[in-house]
Design a protein around this ligand. Structure first.
Ligand SMILES: Cc1cc2nc3c(=O)[nH]c(=O)nc-3n(C[C@H](O)[C@H](O)[C@H](O)COP(=O)(O)OP(=O)(O)OC[C@H]3O[C@@H](n4cnc5c(N)ncnc54)[C@H](O)[C@@H]3O)c2cc1C
Length: 96
């Protein structure tokens, strides 16, 4: 039968090259594709690794991707502040 239109469901796939050695868990939303699994601020199960944008939210457009990057940055800053505070407290306890 003749067709004038063909619609194809594209599968989206995050670029994982260069990150393979980190062992980041993946997620595969049905009929969408394959990306890195992450929590809300972009945190992954691998300590010290955050992801944002299309690497984890395959259908996100520019606005949400940029917002996710900002959120991940804020969470990284939070973790660094906690680590600095912990280190300072340990130092104080050692001196006492
Ligand atoms: C055809 C098309 C049209 C679109 N139109 C719109 C639109 O009109 N409006 C809109 O809001 N969104 C649109 N989008 C979606 C938009 O492009 C994405 O939401 C946005 O680019 C996601 O930003 P990102 O930073 O997550 O990823 P990207 O913009 O893809 O940035 C990822 C960057 O990482 C780089 N990279 C990948 N692997 C490595 C590595 N191993 N080492 C170093 N660098 C690496 C890539 O080269 C790339 O520069 C469109 C997308 C497509 C494909």
């Amino acid at each position: 039968m003749a067709r004038s239109v063909v619609a194809v469901l594209a599968q989206l796939r995050a670029r994982t090259q260069g990150l393979d050695g980190l062992g980041l868990p993946m997620h595969e939303p049905p009929n969408i594709g394959l990306g890195f699994a992450s929590g809300i601020p972009g945190a992954t199960e691998v300590p010290g690794v955050w992801v944002a944008g299309n690497a984890t939210d395959l259908t996100a457009q520019v606005g949400p991707s940029a917002a996710a990057g900002a959120l991940a940055g804020a969470d990284i800053n939070r973790m660094l502040a906690i680590a600095d505070t912990d280190a300072a407290l340990h130092e104080k306890c050692r001196e006492a």
